[in-house]
Design a protein around this ligand. Structure first.
Ligand SMILES: Nc1ncnc2c1ncn2[C@@H]1O[C@H](COP(=O)(O)OP(=O)(O)O)[C@@H](O)[C@H]1O
Ligand SMILES: [Mg+2]
Length: 226
């Protein structure tokens, strides 16, 4: 038996818009196990963000199920339980970094621990550890605008990991970075996944970055493709 930490079981997502129904995702199944980096690839509009949002509990499928490692169905949990899962088990990394401009790197990374009401001394220690993990120990007091794009994304990754989630979800984390910086971020995500036994799901449309994957899920027009 594999140790799947997150499973999509035949998920579909249909959006209803003024112009009619949009079949963003159709019958997609995948799983990610501990220590495994899964890359979701596909052109723009193929359903990558929709799939990652379902896996991360930010959205619910129209049909199909998303299952957690403990067997619970994330896609059927009450909203307060989904919130709890998102705070404790899932770390999310965004394409546009999602950092708060007026806060320092350390303060940005600290946010998830404040939400979890971790006491200040422990917060400080864990923030320092997380920033060290991503190679930013020398930049704790800098604001996002004082950091390069790659450094900002490292802050985003530290923030995603500081609460020690078991699953890391990153939606085109390198989409705003030049190709060399993108390669170093992908390498970091791979190293962290393997070293910390994380289950990571990362989307990209860059074929070079895909080479870091343990497993690739390809989407085309919302459908699984070879
Ligand atoms: N909230 C929404 N309402 C309507 N259509 C949406 C919504 N979100 C995504 N879509 C549509 O679903 C399809 C897949 O989008 P998305 O998952 O963002 O693809 P990708 O991340 O691969 O670019 C696209 O056709 C997109 O326009
Ligand atoms: Mg997207």
């Amino acid at each position: 038996m594999t140790e799947a930490l997150l499973t999509a079981d035949a998920v579909s997502r249909v959006f209803t818009t003024g112009a009619g129904e949009v079949h963003a995702l159709t019958d997609v199944s995948m799983e990610v196990t501990r220590g495994e980096l899964v890359v979701v690839r596909g052109p723009s509009g193929s359903g990558k963000t929709t799939l990652l949002n379902l896996l991360g509990g930010l959205d619910r499928p129209t049909s199909g199920r998303v299952l957690l490692g403990d067997g619970r169905e994330l896609s059927a949990l009450p909203e307060k339980d989904v919130l709890e899962v998102r705070r404790t088990r899932i770390g999310y990394v965004f394409q546009s970094f999602g950092l708060i401009p007026v806060l320092s790197a350390a303060e940005n990374v600290e946010i998830p621990l404040r939400l979890l009401e971790v006491d200040p001394a422990e917060r400080e220690e864990r923030v320092a550890d997380a920033l060290e993990l991503v190679g930013l120990s020398g930049h704790v007091r800098q604001r996002p605008y004082e950091l390069s794009g790659g450094q900002q994304q490292r802050v985003g990754i530290a923030r995603a990991l500081v609460a020690e989630p078991e699953v890391l979800i990153a939606d085109e984390p390198t989409g705003q970075l030049d190709s060399r910086t993108a390669a170093t971020i992908m390498e970091l995500l791979q190293d962290l996944t393997h070293a910390r036994g994380l289950a990571a799901v990362v989307s990209t449309h860059d074929p070079v970055l895909m080479q870091r994957a343990d497993k690739v899920v390809t989407l085309r027009d919302g459908h699984p493709a070879a």
